[in-house]
Ligand binder design. Structure first.
Ligand code: NAD
Length: 296
């Protein structure tokens, strides 16, 4: 049994902390939201009154917070001051590469081992314990990080040094945003050309147009395996979250001097969809905008 401090018990962190408790670890959980804390307690975690209390004698600290400023604040002001130096620190939030490297630098200077370990897979994978983790850390720390993440993971991959996990995450999600938009355009064009969506699905998923957005996460309701499209695009990977990741990719590209015109176009289209009030809908719902049917 490992003493794990788990900070951030939202849509993702709630299920992840529950899986650590299910694996018989002693989980000290903290969130600013009382409702999230109650849910974690019902799932077998021990609620703490503050970050300081949660991390006080932790062997592993896991954070799942919204964005870079939250992670900088929680580590800079609280975790590094109150956790034992022997604790392994793992941030699973999706944040900018610079924040990840800055927090890793501070943690290392203070004598801690730190890893950025963002995830692929949504709320359902968080609950099922089948997330894919991409990890940036010292090579010598990877085995310990992998073991700590195991109750929440389908696969854990070492991406490289500090920040490499976040780099992998934003590159992956930029590719996903571009491929989903291409998939939606193709289905919208097929419709205009009188080609039935289920026929195009069968052909594209067995032809060179095949990709995850077509065959696993088809944006057309009633076509292919069950997806958020089949539940009115609810409870999936929110457009606002995809937009956040596309912005992170564009900021990173600008700083690195990389040319990402397709990523820029994807950011612009998702920003437009979000501005039309669809930020809470699954990102595959952008199909409706491309079909010119936003009101449906
Ligand atoms: P969420 O908003 O549901 O949860 C974040 C939680 O952090 C909230 O409960 C909030 O109260 C808590 N929090 C904020 N500041 C805090 C602080 N200072 N101390 C303690 N708790 C604090 O978000 P989420 O959907 O769980 O996403 C978390 C992270 O995972 C994000 O970085 C997101 O980009 C990433 N992610 C999300 C998904 C998804 O499908 N939702 C998939 C992959 C990655």
């Amino acid at each position: 049994m490992t003493r794990i401090a788990f900070i951030g018990l939202g849509n993702m962190g709630g299920g992840m902390a529950a899986n650590q408790a299910k694996a018989q670890h002693d989980v000290r959980a903290f969130d600013l939201s009382a409702a999230a804390l109650d849910k974690a307690a019902a799932a077998g975690c021990h609620p703490a009154g503050s970050v300081a209390e949660a991390v006080a004698d932790a062997e592993v600290v896991i954070t799942m917070l919204p964005a870079g400023p939250h992670v900088r604040g929680v580590y800079g002001e609280q975790v590094l001051a109150h956790a034992p130096k022997s604790a392994l620190l793992i941030d699973c939030s999706t944040i900018d590469v610079d924040s990840a490297r800055a927090v890793a630098g501070q943690a290392k200077a203070a004598g801690f081992r730190f890893a950025d370990a963002p995830v692929s897979g949504g709320v359902m994978a968080a609950e099922a314990g089948t997330l894919a983790f991409m990890v940036g850390c010292d090579a010598g720390d990877f085995a310990a990080v992998e073991a700590a993440l195991a109750p929440m993971a389908r696969v854990t991959i070492h991406a490289g040094d500090h920040g490499a996990g976040q780099a992998a995450k934003i590159c992956n999600n930029m590719l996903l945003g571009v491929s989903m938009l291409g998939t939606c355009e193709a289905f919208a064009l097929a419709e205009k050309l009188g080609l039935a969506a289920d026929r195009f699905f069968e052909i594209a998923s067995k032809s060179s147009g095949q990709c995850w957005s077509v065959s696993t996460y088809c944006p057309v309701p009633g076509v292919g395996p069950a997806t958020p499209a089949d539940r009115n695009y609810e409870d999936g990977f929110a457009t606002a979250m995809m937009l956040k990741d596309l912005k992170l990719a564009q900021e990173a590209a600008a700083r690195a001097g990389a040319s990402t015109p397709m990523g820029a176009q994807a950011e612009a289209l998702y920003a437009l969809f979000d501005a039309n009030g669809f930020g809470g809908k699954d990102f595959s719902a952008v199909l409706q905008m491309l079909r010119g049917r936003l009101a449906e």
